[in-house]
Write a protein that binds this ligand. Sequence first.
Ligand code: ZN
Ligand code: ZN
Length: 391
Amino acid sequence: MATTKRDYYEVLGCVKTADGKVLKSAYRKLAMEYHPDRNPDNPEAEDKFKELNEAYSILSDEQKRAAYDRMGHNAFGQGGRGGGAGGGFNDFSDIFSQIFGQQGGGGGGFGDMFGGGGRGQRRSVRGADLRYEMEISLEEAFAGKDLEINIPISEDCHGCDGSGAAEGAKVETCSTCGGAGKVRTQQGFFTMERPCPRCGGQGEYVSDPCRTCDGSGQVRVETALDVNIPAGVEDGTRIRLSGQGDAAPKAAGPRGGRGDLYIFVSVAPHDLFERDGANLFCHAPVPMTCAALGGEIEIPTIDGGRAKVKVPAGSQSGRRMRLKGKGMSTLRSTARGDMYVELTVETPSQLNSRQKELLEEFRKEGGDESCSPASSSFLDKAKNFWDNLVD
Ligand SMILES: [Zn+2]
Ligand SMILES: [Zn+2]
């Protein structure tokens, strides 16, 4: 399984800017080509088909696509391809049926669809992965955060101990699938096999479902979890809490492990600071006199402190000063990025008469009452421009 993953856009043969419609039609075309029903006993086509479904499941989901565009395959951890039903993070089992207008059969997925196996050899079913989104401030991203979240997680129903059956209920063979647990539907040249929607692939069901869980065998339980958001976390980070997702349903066959919980962290924009990785940027206004004569300004830092910044005499707007080690914290490290302070020279707009007098005097002192700039390179360029005009 150490094969390198292909780029999802490449898999679909689309450019990165392709819109949803283009992706969908590319997916359709390729899915028809590689569908296992049309390529019996062709493991290569089967792999291609799986790869295709994975790529499309990511790119057709706006949030997953954005994460993929930003971080590539790293956005989805070690999930790995070829996981088939229940493997890894991406639940792409229903993608194909969505696109081709079929009813999703629930937990089954592709594995069952082209597995071809009879009943009895079902693979274990894992609990569902859960997704939790939270927004934190830039200060919190800097310092890290421990918090408790409450989320509803599926557990075995206490009323029936997860069986879904009321006390004394009889088990009956499913009449929809005749006990096979699977139904076949014909669509065009495909024969689709999917888990029976009535019995959920069990081939049987109980005559009298448990009233607490309506026969599902599971209930959602509000659960408090401690979450640690590490210092230096980036916007769009996904934190995986392994085995903290839904419990696997007892009634769905061989029981796999719990799903995972994924926490998606977004970092809110900040009033003062812009972030670029570990570095921060801050615009600082400086009075004209300070910029001309030099001085010192005080600016806030992300850790809540203050930093003094020396403004050299003759500073222009746009001048950047670097404050080493005053930027963001970084993941798994004590190092900090830098902060860049960009000066903006403020022109005084409300002068009293005395100030006006002083500035007039200042202007006269320069020996020129017009508004010619002091920048000689600009003057040279302007002269060149006029000289070279052809009439
Ligand atoms: Zn129950
Ligand atoms: Zn059935």
